[in-house]
Design a protein around this ligand. Structure first.
Ligand SMILES: [Zn+2]
Length: 159
C-alpha cells in the first residue's frame, strides 16, 4: 500500500519492567524500590524480590509474559479486535491488519492474549485511515474482512 498514512508506531511493551529485575520492593508500598534487601522505610516490612510481585521477569518465570498495546492501537468490532502490524522486511512501510485476542484493559492499554509477538510494531494512531485505504484497495480489512474484487485467496496476515 502507499505510505500516505502518518502513523505513530510503538513497540508493544511488556507489563514486566526489565528495570526492576534484581530489585527489592516493599509489598505494601511498591514505590519503595531498593537495590539490596532491607526494610520498607514506610511500614518496616521486609522487602521482597521484584520478581515475586510480578513486576519483573526472571528467567525462571513464565515463558510468555503478557504483552500490552496502547488502547488506541486496537480496532474493536464486537468481539473482534484488529491491530495493524508493521512488516519489517519491506522497503516501504507496509501494515497488515491482524486479528488479535485482547485480555483486560488496563488504563490506556490492553493486554494481548494472542496474535501478537513481543517486539512487533503496531500502529497506535491513524489505523482507521489505514483501514479505509485497505478498503479502497479491496484488500481484506476490518470493515470488510473477506475483501472485495476478485475474491482470491485469503492473505489476511495469519500464519
Ligand atoms: Zn511499606
Amino acid at each position: 500500500m502507499r505510505a500516505e498514512v502518518s502513523a505513530d508506531l510503538a513497540s508493544n511493551g511488556q507489563i514486566v519492567d526489565q528495570n526492576l529485575v534484581g530489585k527489592w520492593i516493599s509489598p505494601m508500598h511498591p514505590e519503595i524500590i531498593k537495590d539490596v534487601p532491607g526494610q520498607c522505610e514506610i511500614c518496616g516490612m521486609d522487602l521482597v524480590p521484584a520478581e515475586s510481585l510480578g513486576y519483573a521477569s526472571a528467567s525462571d518465570m513464565q515463558a510468555n509474559p503478557p504483552l500490552v498495546i496502547p488502547a488506541t492501537a486496537a480496532l474493536l468490532t464486537g468481539k473482534r479486535a484488529v491491530v495493524y502490524v508493521e512488516q519489517s522486511a519491506t522497503e516501504r512501510p507496509t501494515y497488515i491488519g491482524r486479528e488479535v485476542v485482547l485480555g483486560p484493559r488496563a488504563g490506556d492499554s490492553y493486554v494481548v492474549e494472542s496474535g501478537l509477538s513481543e517486539g512487533e510494531l503496531v500502529v497506535v494512531s491513524g489505523n482507521f485511515k489505514i483501514d479505509s485505504a485497505l478498503q479502497i484497495q479491496a484488500k481484506p480489512s476490518m470493515m470488510n474482512p473477506e475483501g472485495g474484487g476478485t475474491g482470491g485467496g485469503h492473505d489476511h496476515g495469519s500464519r
